[in-house]
Design a protein around this ligand. Structure first.
Ligand code: PAF
Length: 281
């Protein structure tokens, strides 16, 4: 497995692969890799000849006061995991490679407002513009045929699909189901901020999503179903940002009895903010 940090080094490899007719897949990450990330690499291996993982903790998707400074950086361990998972190339750009121009001069790619203004976007203003900006830059630099994203960040996945469809990137977006611990907690780098008691309590997030979906399917009005999920979270000690049933395609409000839905939630245990989602049907 090769590791490159500069644009020219990256291009010398990716150009050769293109000339050889290789199908390349990009797995964008912020590092601190866990089984959820490795599932993305595994999914990529099934559809591509060459796998490129990127590791970059993107400052523009964190607001002031969020966890950018303490986000876990574990490069050596990440490289070992990627090598074992069969990754071919790891792109580890520095800030000057990803953002050669300072704020105010740099191009910003705005996320589609209809998708980015709700749920996570309403609670983390500007977050998705940071995501689309860095993902567009990664797409431009790596020029992959396929890019792999986890369903754990479901709203991000929809926003990236829109980015690709609207701006015309010739890239296939491959979604991968969330990997969970045995209690149902979705794998996340932020789980390691939790102490033991909080980790035990955090399984309520998945339970709340399942309960909300069950309530909706048994005919409860949307607001009642969402409230039942929020109540489970509150009893477990969470401060709830939202529990929301939405259309899976565009996060619009569902009609009663509608199918093709997703239930999404975000809630805080102490200083740690967790998100998760499930298909309703
Ligand atoms: O999902 C993530 O880890 C990040 O948002 C991403 C897509 C790597 C962009 O920084």
């Amino acid at each position: 497995m090769q590791q490159v940090s500069g644009r020219e080094e990256l291009w010398s490899v990716t150009r050769r692969w293109k000339r050889e007719g290789r199908v390349t897949a990009l797995v964008p990450t912020m590092g601190n890799l866990h089984a959820g990330h490795l599932a993305l690499v595994e999914a990529a291996r099934k559809v591509a000849d060459r796998i490129i993982a990127s590791i970059y903790v993107n400052p523009t998707q964190f607001a002031a006061g969020e966890d950018f400074g303490r986000y876990p950086r574990t490069l050596q361990k990440d490289l070992e995991k990627l090598e074992s998972a069969g990754c071919d190339l790891v792109f580890t750009p520095g800030d000057s490679t990803m953002y050669p121009f300072p704020e105010g001069e740099a191009v910003v790619v705005a996320a589609a407002p209809d998708l980015a203004g709700v749920l996570e976007g309403a609670h983390r203003p500007g977050h998705f513009d940071g995501v689309t900006t860095v993902v567009a830059r990664l797409f431009n630099l790596v020029n992959p045929d396929i890019a792999v994203f986890g369903e754990k960040d479901y709203q991000q996945l929809l926003i990236i699909k829109r980015l690709v469809d609207d701006l015309g990137y010739p890239i296939h977006i491959l979604p991968v189901p969330t990997v969970r611990e045995c209690g149902g907690l979705a794998m996340s780098s932020r789980n390691q901020y939790l102490d033991t008691a909080q980790h035990d309590a955090a399984v309520a997030l998945n339970r709340a999503l399942r309960d909300t979906a069950t309530a909706w399917k048994s005919g409860a009005p949307q607001s009642e179903a969402e409230k039942s999920g929020a109540a489970i979270l509150e009893v477990a000690g969470f401060d709830v940002d939202y529990v929301a049933i939405r259309k899976a395609t565009n996060l619009g409000m569902p009609e009663p009895g509608e199918s093709g839905l997703r239930v999404l939630a975000a809630a805080r245990l102490g200083q740690t903010r967790l998100i998760d989602n499930l298909p309703v049907n």
